[in-house]
Design a protein around this ligand. Structure first.
Ligand SMILES: Cc1ncc(COP(=O)(O)O)c(C=O)c1O
Length: 457
């Protein structure tokens, strides 16, 4: 029997999941093949070998429902996992809502977000394959700092291309990465052909995740000792994040409750997928037809709600294979939002697949409304969310208020993907009234969509 005050639902270390859940085994529509931009043909594992170790490539295409988590990875995850599930009783009281609100707190990881769940796994598989150096990109710095930490655990060199606007807005994330031993370069940089190409067109470019990906991919592709590591979007990344949802389901059992609405913010889709996919499995099996699963994205970068479902490059310059996803066009450079991790033109193909098949929903939110929700959350629950996470908080509050208006009680579960301790300049700007909303940039999106690559698939 759960007491009326219980606030935290915690699992024992021995409850740390032993397997990841692979949603590819349960999709209604199989994923569209990834295409080679040169040949226009589907790519095979060997095409990806210059960038990733074979173990991760095999996870990328695996149709097995369950994949074992290596003991070496679980040993590291145990430093902070299982993460707590909180019942947001104080927020519920402040909203005067009949809804029950829960949040899974991924900010307890050493780098402060969900990102190490995959960083540790990726560093492990690269180390096992004899790789000595990893290159990557980072937006807000959450991913770069997580990979820097994971590389320090497995004794790998780490090179991070950090989106320039975040590099300037979040200097302490850079210091964090350097403290864990990584080398950090603001992107676009003059160190790569891709960076030089962007700078020649716009020397003041604030950068974007798409540009930073181009630089990191080029870095890995042109060096024998280096492979590339991506913090979101790819199937294996989302797979590694499913520990979040698997734990949450067990914690809800402890709470003697069941989710009616599951929410995550979506940049490339990894924290959303990590929480949502184990729940989506029930819906795909027909067991929970009324379960709502909502992805929260910025109105200034509304990939799912306003993008085209089409083949596109994963990066800006066009170095990656072509993937079918909702996209705003690889040339689209989003406004300099403080939710840097949500400034991505595309979205994970697995998340897009579920959206296209109506298994999940999406909403787009203006920046100011997300900070308003983050403040209300911080002032009731204490935790100051990352600006990315604030999008999920906004939707959770809106759904709780809807419960109040309709006079019904529903169970709302959201992913508190990270804390905002390194994003306080954004909060400072918000409190000073210096933040703004950005309109949906219709013209720029149309321009970028007009340049989508042509694929006959
Ligand atoms: C705290 C936090 N949440 C969410 C995201 C968005 O990424 P994803 O959609 O892959 O979870 C980021 C990305 O940097 C992040 O740092």
């Amino acid at each position: 029997m759960v007491s009326a005050q219980q606030t935290k639902f915690v699992l024992d270390e021995s409850d740390l999941p032993t397997q990841w859940y692979n949603i590819q085994a349960d999709l209604r529509t199989p994923l569209a093949p990834v295409m080679h931009p040169g040949t226009g043909q589907p790519i095979g594992p060997d095409d990806l070998a210059p960038l990733f170790p074979m173990a991760l490539i095999m996870q990328e295409v695996s149709q097995e429902r369950w994949i074992d988590i290596p003991d070496e990875v679980r040993d590291v995850l145990r430093l902070w996992r299982p993460s707590p599930l909180y019942r947001a009783r104080r927020l519920e009281r402040a909203l005067d809502t009949p809804a029950r609100i829960y949040y899974k707190y991924e900010g307890v990881s050493p780098s402060g977000s969900h990102k190490p769940n995959t960083a540790v796994a990726q560093a492990y598989y690269n180390k096992r394959a004899g790789v000595t150096r990893l290159s990557t990109e980072t937006g807000a710095g959450q991913w770069g700092s997580s990979l820097a930490m994971a590389c320090s655990f497995f004794d790998l060199e780490c090179k991070v291309y950090m989106v320039k606007i975040s590099y300037q807005q979040k200097p302490y994330r850079r210091v964090m990465m350097e403290t864990w031993g990584a080398q950090v370069t603001p992107s676009p940089s003059s160190e790569t052909e891709a960076g030089r190409q962007v700078l020649s067109q716009d020397s003041d470019s604030p950068g974007s995740l798409g540009i930073a990906i181009s630089e990191a991919v080029e870095d890995a592709a042109t060096r024998d000792d280096t492979k590339y590591s991506l913090g979101s979007v790819l199937n294996h990344v989302l797979l590694h994040q499913t520990v979040i949802g698997l734990e949450t389901k067990r914690q809800l059992e402890l709470a003697e409750d069941e989710a009616d609405i599951v929410i995550g913010c979506a940049g490339g889709g990894s924290n959303f997928a990590g929480l949502a996919f184990p729940f989506a499995a029930d819906k795909l099996r027909g067991e929970r037809p009324n379960l709502r699963i909502i992805a929260a994205e910025p109105a200034a970068c509304p990939t799912l709600t306003k993008g085209a479902y089409a083949y596109d490059f994963g990066d800006t310059v066009g170095l990656t294979p072509l993937i079918k996803m909702y996209t705003l066009g690889h040339n689209f450079i989003p406004a300099p939002l403080h939710a840097g991790g949500l400034r991505y033109h595309g979205m994970a193909p697995l998340v897009c697949n579920l959206y296209h098949d109506d298994i999940i929903e999406a909403v787009a939110l203006p920046q100011l409304a997300t900070f308003e929700a983050a403040l209300q959350f911080g002032r009731t629950e204490g935790i100051i969310p990352a600006p990315e996470t604030a999008h999920a908080v906004r939707v959770a509050i809106d759904e709780a208020l809807r419960c109040k208006a309709e006079g019904v009680s529903r169970t709302i579960v959201f992913n508190l993907s990270g804390h905002g301790h390194f994003d306080l300049s954004a909060y400072e700007n918000y409190l000073a009234g210096n933040l703004q909303d950005y309109d949906y940039p219709l013209e720029k999106v149309e321009e970028a969509l007009a340049q989508l690559p042509q694929v006959n698939a």
